[in-house]
Each structure stands twice: as C-alpha cells, then as structure tokens.
Design a protein around this ligand. Structure first.
Ligand code: JFZ
Length: 426
C-alpha cells in the first residue's frame, strides 16, 4: 500500500492515540437477538441472526439514549491522553447516527431521540481540542438492496445495484458529513469486500474534493487510502513505513456487549499502545457505549488509568518515531520508541535489576525515568567495532513500578544497527 507521507498526515503521527466509538441501534441489543447471543462482535447482530430489514428498523423506535453527553465522551478521551476521536456515522446496519436527507433511516428522523449526536460531538471535540473523524461503512450496508452483506432480504446482488447505492446513499451521506460538521480529520471506511479499485479511488477523490485535508483510511480498499490500517488488535513484527494505524477493543466486541467480560487490563492496553508506536503505528482504542449513551464502567476505569500514565509518559508516545533497531525486546522488558536525540524504553516487565538494549550506536549522555527527572540511572555501554556490536546495560531503579519509561538522551541523532541481535552470540 502506498500511504501518503506529507504534511497532511503530520497530525496523525503526532497524535499517536485516538478513541474509536462504536455506537448505533445494535448497542440497544447488547448483541442479543430474541434471547440468542451474537458470537464475538455485537454490532453484527443483524447479519448473524439474518434479521429482516423491517424488523431491525423497529429498533429505531426504541432508541432514545437520553444519557448521551457529547462533552463527557470528548473529555473522557482527552483525559485518557487521546488526540482524536472516530465515531461510527453509519455502520454495516445502514443506520445513520446523524441527520441525513439522503436516507430516512437516521437518528433524527427515525428515533424518539431526534437529536444529532454527531453535531453535538463535533462541537464538543472543537471545545476540548480533539480532532474528529467519522467511521463510514461504504461497502456493506445491510439496509439497502445495493449495499453488500444482506443476502437474506436481497439475494440478487449486482454490480449495477452496488454502483447505484454508491451514488444514491454513500456519496450524498459523505457530502452531508463533510459539509455540516466543520473540519473532519478523517473518514474511516471499512470492510472493502466488493468495492472495485476505481470506486475506491473515486470515493477518495470525492472526500478530498469536499475537504482536501480530510484523510481517507486504508479500508477504503484497493490500496487507495491515505494511511494504512492494520488488522484489528494486530501488532506488526517490524516498523512500518508510516503513517499507519492499529486498532483494538478493550474486551472482544466493538459494539456494547455486556456478556463479553474478557477485558484486557489497562496495562495490557498500554502495552499495545507502546508496541504499536514502536512499529510506527497509531492506536485507535475502542469504546462501545450502551444504548442509553453511557460508556461502560469497565471502559471508564481503564481510560482513567491510561490517562494517569499518559500524563507522566506521553513524551514517549506523542510524535515519537519507531524503534531504531529491529531487535524485539518484548519478551525481555518491552518496547523502544524514539525522538531525534532520545530513545524511550517502555518497561513492562523486568528480570533482575538490569535491562539490556542491543544495537544502539550512540553514546548515552543521561538515563532517567519519566516522572523522576532528577534521578539518573547508571548505564554501561559495550562496543565491539569488528562486529558492529553495541550493548547498553541499564541499572533499573528498584522503586519503579511497571509499566514505566526510561529516557536515554543520546549524544546526537539516534542511530542503530540495522540488524537484529541475539545476545547469547557474544
Ligand atoms: C470491521 C467491522 O466489521 C467491525 O464491525 C468493526 O467495525 C471493525 C472495526 O471493523 O471488522 C473487521 C474488518 C477487518 C478486519 C477485521 C475486522 N481485518 O482486516 O482484520
């Protein structure tokens, strides 16, 4: 994939951490349909149970999330250290979470709620300084005969019907999203299962024609995106040619699913964040609010803990570059990120009172723990010129609680050996 690397993506690599929000009619069901569970992801409830369009539409009559408070969501994201928020404007079920003239199946016209959450979120994000992006399912639309995915109501799918659906729903709704809500940082397209290369290109051009600075996610399909999108909860082995974005859930489902109690701990989520940044990717971390409009308490507590950590250690994340060395330290202690003349070691576990880093060519001027700037750690460096072998040993502070970050200030721009090391060779 040929991702764009110019000034328009700078904010994205600067931001590094964002909030994903999956919210829609499916949130009301919690992933249960007539007493039956939806395996894995709750937002697929309609397709997993082959719910007829007319029956699914009836959910709208009950959607009245009076507890929704845009400002509270935006503040929760900011407090967690996130710099952008991406919300589902229309998921695969075809329901628009905004006032749309292009389809009556929208929150203002079809629900008792009658408010436009995206307008309220746009204002709240502007107020608190968050960038706002919209998830938009351009390929699957289970509400429309032309969209892909619903073959129980609409068994006859043709390329012509899909093209007509792009013209009659997708483009008009994108025009609304990119006209009525101020600056949109990105459109997060998804599941490009049937879309043709020229249609992906056309959608990208359409977005840029309305807002030239709006980025298009890799899942617009066919390599057309402005930036890359990893698979869900995936961590690449090697640094990527940026900009890329990883994404993940706190439990297993994107949409609200109370029966899904397999939550990762805040430390595991921080581990993923540091891991992704060390591979030059952002982290879009999901929250699935309830049908009433609240964040689940499990999400709130994790966001708070992450925020406390980010306020101390954000320097190792915001605008940080990937690991300078391909050697993987994850099984030993954690991840490496960089700034121009600094290397950050995010330490998630330790063995004994030392850690080792291989491949760094710079001399280290100073080693400290973020949040404890005054205290210098002692380091020892070894160099064998005949093999271009470099080893750095850092004495760990016994008082530090994982996860914490060690900052190494280097004697010049960070430089490292490009090959991977196995320490036992030396
Ligand atoms: C998609 C959606 O189907 C899902 O509901 C959610 O919105 C998620 C963020 O994206 O699911 C996918 C799409 C692509 C992959 C995995 C899940 N993938 O490429 O690994």
């Amino acid at each position: 994939m040929n991702v764009r690397q110019d000034h328009l993506t700078d904010w994205l690599t600067q931001a590094r951490f964002g909030m994903f929000v999956h919210w829609g009619l499916y949130s009301l069901t919690g992933g249960t349909w007539k007493g039956a569970d939806t395996p894995w992801v709750a937002e697929w409830v309609m397709r997993k149970h082959k719910v007829p369009v007319r029956e699914y539409e009836a959910l709208a009559g009950r959607f009245n999330p009076v507890k929704f408070d845009a400002r509270k969501w935006a503040e929760a994201a900011v407090d967690a250290g996130m710099k952008y928020l991406v919300v589902t404007s229309k998921h695969h079920d075809g329901f628009a979470l905004f006032h749309s003239r292009a389809s009556g199946f929208n929150i203002v016209d079809a629900t008792p709620f009658k408010r436009d959450p995206l307008a309220e979120l746009a204002e709240a994000c502007r107020d608190v300084g968050l960038k706002l992006g919209f998830y938009y399912s351009q390929d699957q639309d289970w509400h429309e005969p032309g969209g892909s995915g619903n073959n129980w109501d609409f068994p006859e799918k043709t390329p012509e019907a899909f093209a007509a659906y792009l013209e009659s729903k997708v483009k008009p709704q994108l025009r609304e999203l990119l006209t009525n809500y101020g600056d949109v940082a990105l459109i997060w397209f998804d599941t490009p299962y049937t879309i043709k290369p020229e249609q992906s290109q056309e959608l990208k051009a359409f977005v840029h024609s309305l807002q030239p600075r709006c980025l298009v996610s890799g899942r617009v399909g066919n390599g057309a995106g402005d930036y890359g999108s990893l698979g869900d909860n995936q961590l690449p082995d090697y640094p990527l040619e940026g900009p890329w974005e990883g994404l993940g859930t706190m439990n297993e489902s994107w949409g609200y699913k109370p029966s899904d109690t397999h939550y990762r701990s805040a430390d595991e989520l921080l581990n993923t964040l540091c891991g992704l940044v060390s591979k030059n990717a952002n982290y879009l971390l999901n929250v699935g609010p309830t049908g009433e409009g609240n964040f689940p308490p499990e999400a709130v507590s994790r966001l708070r803990r992450i925020g406390r950590w980010m306020r101390v250690n954000g320097e190792a994340i915001y605008g940080a570059g990937p690991t300078p060395t391909p050697t993987c330290f994850r099984p030993l202690w954690g991840f490496t990120t960089t700034k121009k003349e600094a290397v950050y070691l995010s330490v998630f576990k330790t063995f004994g009172d030392k850690l080792e880093l291989y491949g760094l060519r710079n001399a280290v001027r100073r080693a400290t723990v973020l949040g404890h700037d005054g205290l210098e750690l002692s380091v020892r460096q070894e160099h064998r010129p005949e093999m271009d072998y470099h080893k750095l040993v850092v004495c760990l502070p016994p008082w530090a609680r994982t996860p914490y970050v060690i900052k190494l200030e280097t004697d010049g721009p960070v430089s490292a050996n490009a090959k991977s090391y196995a320490s036992a060779d030396f």
